[in-house]
Design a protein around this ligand. Structure first.
Ligand code: COA
Length: 175
């Protein structure tokens, strides 16, 4: 089993595997509650996360040593999350979010560069992909800054708040 570090120091922020405690679940839920509209514009899971139990299950599922997934911590505060959500021997898909107050500092660009590097160097992936809402300009800018290329549009790819959404498929491949 591949093991990933529990903490990665990125200078002015850290990538951290949170311990699955009730206290951490409450902290995470309060960040989601405070950013519900901001995050819910593009992320379908947000409306589902309304209880500490559900939030705790998410921490348990994503923070094992065998998962390349991390909470983004700034001065001890939960600022966001980034991780591989789907992986096989060849390909991995990354998903991420950042609370509104931490936008505009380059945190996600640096976090995505770090996970991309880990995906190719530590996990031996040949392809890493991101599926972004067509309207998600900020996320597309992060992807482009990290050297991902847009491969095309996935029309009416999924339903968000009752509406079919077009998505953009971005990828980066091993050199
Ligand atoms: C998508 C999302 C992560 C983008 O966050 P972001 O703050 O724009 O991205 P970054 O952390 O990379 O910051 C980039 C900004 O910091 C600036 N910046 C400062 N220092 C920087 C550095 N060292 N490196 C790169 N950018 C830097 C950039 O110029 C850019 O500024 P701008 O906002 O004026 O264009 C965030 O808006 C979000 O989580 N949105 C809601 C959920 C979501 O859409 N998730 C993605 C689903 S696929």
């Amino acid at each position: 089993m591949k093991k990933f570090p529990r903490i990665i120091d990125m200078g002015d922020f850290r990538l951290v595997k949170l311990e699955p405690t009730a206290q951490n679940a409450e902290r995470l839920l309060s960040v989601i509650n405070a950013n519900r509209e901001f995050l819910g514009e593009f992320l379908e899971w947000v409306d589902d996360y309304t209880t500490t139990d559900k939030t705790l299950a998410n921490i348990e599922k994503s923070c094992g040593d065998d998962k390349c997934a991390y909470f983004i911590m700034v001065d001890g505060e939960i600022a966001g999350k980034i991780g591989f959500v789907d992986t096989d021997d060849n390909m991995g898909e990354i998903s991420y979010w950042l609370a509104h107050g931490f936008n505009g500092r380059g945190i996600m660009t640096r976090a995505l560069n770090k996970l991309t590097e880990m995906g190719f160097a530590n996990m031996g992936l040949q392809r890493i992909q991101l599926t972004l809402d067509k309207q998600n300009i900020r996320s597309a800018a992060v992807a482009l800054r990290c050297g991902y290329e847009c491969e095309g549009i996935l029309r009416k790819y999924f339903i968000l708040r009752g509406q079919p959404r077009d998505m953009k498929m971005f990828s980066k491949v091993a050199e």
